[in-house]
Ligand binder design. Structure first.
Ligand code: PFF
Length: 465
């Protein structure tokens, strides 16, 4: 470990930064419509089980690898498994970061544009008119210049925060943005619940409808558990590497999971109470946020404020996640190549923004993956969330089971927990089981996706489910 490696300033700062990474577009944009369309609380129950069985062990595994080595993923795997090929799992993480941030930065730009659009009263003319709103959204994302300008601004803010460093940039940013997200979301939930008919949204989101739960929604819940906790690409290894030995990793991991889950539920509540109170279509899927919400905010008293606040928290959530993705790449070049933070951030943030420009263009004028019959944007999204993250996560689990060893992993976990009386033999057995189960489950999802890709039919379809 280099003597001048940066560290988090406080436990709270670390928890807010790590949960800032976890809380993102996945919580506020993806989870509510996925739950709404896949059985409400039935989906949420499966999702929570996935978080506990797959998410918790891999999250702890990543944090322990990072804190033990005080290195970002490539260096961490190299140190713990010298002379082996495990370092490629670290490289896979760096590659995933490139892929994800390319399209994530584009959506980050959209959130910023919608915040400003709402602030200046742009939603007024869309009131109660989903067709007009759909047209405005499609015109915006498919235009050649406009979304790219917003993407550039979003990426510039992201790079600016990273350049300030771990403590003064990432941690301070999270300390401001995370409490703001929670407070504003709380206010929006109260607003939604106090609207007449809003509580029906609670039924939609939280009443279990097991008949709507299909095998593919279970696969979806599993994949989402990974994405939402930022697992499988070394983000939590990188954030863990800035931790000192005083911290209780289990306690921190549970905090991150609780905050991530609570914010997803709050976002779902805010959105569906408002949607139901205003009689809008709750099954609008991915377009719910950018198309439906702008048509209903102007119908609520003070809608300009609520709409602006909503898109502002979406922007902050996307920003704290984007920061953690870029930090994986920046940390690699600092740790392994000895570059300055500024050089690594500007150069690779710039390269990612450039690739992102092609994602944005693929929504309209120019698509480089036309031959594959998919937009470049969707291509990168699917590549990362269906393949790269689950593969990275499964390999991390296998690494801990087979290479590093549960014994050494637990030795790392024990540091910072000396004052707590635990039956460590029991913990060891449970950890073994959880890692085996999580690696198996994730391998199954990947296999399922690959069969769907290669044979055009997934395992569950083959089984007639
Ligand atoms: N967890 C983020 C979300 O829910 O939007 C997305 C994400 C961030 C994925 C960081 C992976 C990552 F490394």
């Amino acid at each position: 470990m280099s003597d001048n490696r940066e560290q988090w300033g406080s436990k709270l700062g670390f928890i807010l930064a790590a949960s800032g990474s976890a809380v993102g577009l996945g919580n506020i944009w993806k989870y509510p419509h996925m739950a709404g369309q896949n059985g409400g609380a039935a989906f949420t129950i499966v999702y929570l089980v996935c978080i506990l069985i797959v998410g918790l062990p891999i999250l702890l595994g990543e944090l322990a690898v990072g804190r033990n080595t005080q290195l970002s993923p490539v260096g961490a795997f190299t140190r713990l498994a010298k002379g082996s090929n495990w370092k490629w799992v670290g490289f896979l993480g760096v590659a995933s970061a490139f892929v994800i941030l390319s399209f994530y930065g584009v959506v980050g730009g959209w959130t910023l544009r919608y915040t400003i659009y709402s602030l200046f009263g742009g939603f007024e003319s869309l009131s109660g008119n989903p067709d007009a709103s759909g047209e405005v959204f499609n015109n915006f994302i498919s235009s050649a210049i406009n979304p790219i300008i917003w993407q550039l601004v979003f990426m510039a803010v992201c790079m600016g925060i990273i350049i300030k460093g771990v403590k003064l940039g990432i941690e301070e940013g999270a300390k401001i943005m995370m409490p703001l997200i929670i407070i504003i979301l709380g206010v929006l939930v109260v607003r939604g619940l106090t609207l007449e008919g809003g509580s029906e949204g609670l039924n939609f989101l939280f009443k279990p409808k097991f008949s709507d739960l299909t095998p593919s929604s279970i696969v979806l819940a599993l994949g989402h558990a990974f994405f939402t906790l930022s697992l499988g690409m070394g983000t939590m290894i990188t954030y863990g590497s800035y931790l000192d030995k005083k911290q209780n990793l289990i306690n921190s991991a549970i905090w991150v999971i609780l905050l991530d889950t609570a914010i997803a539920m709050l976002a779902g509540t805010a959105i569906f109470t408002i949607v139901f109170a205003m009689g809008a279509d709750p099954s609008a899927g991915a377009g719910l946020i950018f198309v439906v919400l702008p048509t209903i905010f102007p119908q609520i008293g003070g809608g300009l404020v609520w709409g602006t606040l909503f898109f502002f928290i979406l922007f902050m959530a996307a920003l704290t996640s984007a920061i953690s993705i870029l930090e994986v790449i920046t940390a690699y070049f600092i740790d392994e190549k000895g570059w300055s933070r500024q050089k690594a951030t500007l150069l690779f943030g710039g390269v990612i923004t450039f690739v992102g420009v092609f994602c944005s263009l693929s929504m309209g004028s120019f698509n480089i993956t036309t031959a594959l019959d998919i937009s470049f944007f969707d291509f990168l999204d699917e590549l990362s969330s269906k393949y790269m993250l689950p593969i990275g996560g499964a390999l991390t689990g296998i690494f801990i089971l087979n290479k590093w060893g549960i014994g050494l992993f637990l030795d790392e976990i024990k540091i910072g927990m000396e004052h707590i009386n635990l039956d460590w033999n029991f913990v060891k057995n449970i950890s073994n089981i959880l890692f085996i189960v999580s690696a198996l489950i994730v391998c199954l999802i990947i296999f399922n996706e690959l069969t769907a890709l290669v044979l055009g039919i997934s395992l569950q379809e083959m089984a007639g489910l």
